[in-house]
Design a protein around this ligand. Structure first.
Ligand SMILES: [Zn+2]
Length: 81
């Protein structure tokens, strides 16, 4: 059972319910609809879900931490930056 649907707590990752660091947006310029933690962005089913739901991950987290190391150009998920 995934907490995906019922979970809408602030700062909680949509996939695992732990603290979510990175904002997810419906549109690149839209408001934040969910948060996700770094760990879950690497989980295949979560990634598929994000693509399917057209959610974009901010590469810079709420505390200024970067999701990917600088200079890396791998595009594993849709992103706003
Ligand atoms: Zn998570």
């Amino acid at each position: 059972m995934y907490p995906w649907r019922s979970l809408y707590r602030q700062h909680a990752c949509i996939a695992c319910g732990q603290f979510g660091e990175f904002p997810l947006r419906r549109l690149v310029s839209g408001h934040t609809v969910h948060l996700i933690c770094k760990r879950c962005t690497a989980v295949p089913w979560v990634h598929e879900r994000l693509v399917k739901e057209n959610l974009f991950v901010d590469l810079v987290g709420v505390s200024g931490k970067r999701l990917l190391p600088k200079g890396r150009k791998r595009r594993r998920y849709p992103s706003t930056s």
